[in-house]
Design a protein around this ligand. Sequence first.
Ligand SMILES: Nc1nc2c(c(=O)[nH]1)N[C@H]1C(S)=C(S)[C@@H](COP(=O)(O)O)O[C@H]1N2
Ligand SMILES: [Mo]
Length: 402
Amino acid sequence: MHQAPGRRRFLSSCASLGAGWFSGCDAVPIEGNEPPLDASPDAGIRPAPAISLAKASFIRNIPFVGEGDPEFGVLFNQGLDARKYTDLSTLESGTLDTPTDEFYVRTATPDQLDRSLPWSVRIHGLVERERSLTLDDLTAATRTLGPYLLECSGNSRQAGFGLMSQARWGGIPLLELLNDMPSTDPNARLLVTGFDSHSQASVGNRSQAGASWIFSQEQLAKTGAFLATGMNGSQLPSDHGAPVRLFVPGWYGCCSIKWVTEIEWVADDAPATSQMQEFAARTHQDGVPELARQFAPAEMDTAAMPIAVELWRIDDRELLRIVGITWGGNHAVAALEIRVGDSPWQLFDCDPSSAGPSFSLWEFVLDSPDPGTYALVLRVPDRSVRTRRLDSEFYLREIKIT
Ligand SMILES: Nc1nc2c(c(=O)[nH]1)N[C@H]1C(S)=C(S)[C@@H](COP(=O)(O)O)O[C@H]1N2
Ligand SMILES: [Mo]
């Protein structure tokens, strides 16, 4: 659970953002800005008046209810069923990266993985000559990339949405690495495979072993997909795919194959892998396509959710401070709308410099409603932005005011 002093630090830091997009900042003339209202079909939604917390006192945190009370930052279960959830409530301006040991885990190091032999990544398939990349080849070209967030497509409210974290990565773009070993077929796709042999199957076979995903060259170029050997300035830890994992910025975590062992140039009409089929629904595919090329990019759409709610007071006036994040999608979103319980949608500005593959933080302050349980739902006023998970209220959270 985060503490109020940290929040206050965050609050005072917003002055340095300059642009004044923060509704919680002192003297921010939100009404004077021109938020992108024209795209909203709901005529009549006007920016909510900015309420300053400058003279208010922090009273307490208001926890989210109905989320199964997960324990954060602790690894539980094993192999394919292993999980660690990230506590997103602690994210603050300037520290949106998750410390490595709190980064979420989906599948821990396979117990069959033998790291005593030197690691290499086999490059084969539709190439003139097969090759093996050594770890030295990879680390020699490694540079800092990101920050980029990763979200498991199976993230859930039950898990406090804790299957999502952000880090800076040490890596090298995959296409750059393959520059001097192109395929003999200009339309070839790349099949990336990771080690995934576990002596125990997933309980109830909920997760299948066999991690691999097929990408077009265009998808790898557009996302800047890279092979990572480092995380937050240190070596990549075992549970996150050491010695080398794939990372695909902006796509769901299931595509970011861990413990990469081989990369194969395959024909344009290659069948989808079992992993692609397993994750078809969770990556918003139309049914379960047979061929890899029939899979839509597994992109995370623009999304937003509250990560912390606080009660503040000025004299007799009680205020709620809602802190949240936006992420995903291909363009920045300059405004959001929030609905608290049954009350009307309220529009507020958020960081217009936010980028899809990394987190951005926002806050909204309102008068505290009467005691009761309230759902917090967000949407993007610019309806040209694709928001499939938001549209289904996937990221709904509830608070209880007592
Ligand atoms: N080899 C292998 N790679 C894998 C997986 C796996 O089970 N085995 N899980 C995928 C899924 S579903 C997710 S969400 C991410 C999680 O990465 P993390 O544990 O580093 O957060 O790894 C992906 N890569
Ligand atoms: Mo995942």
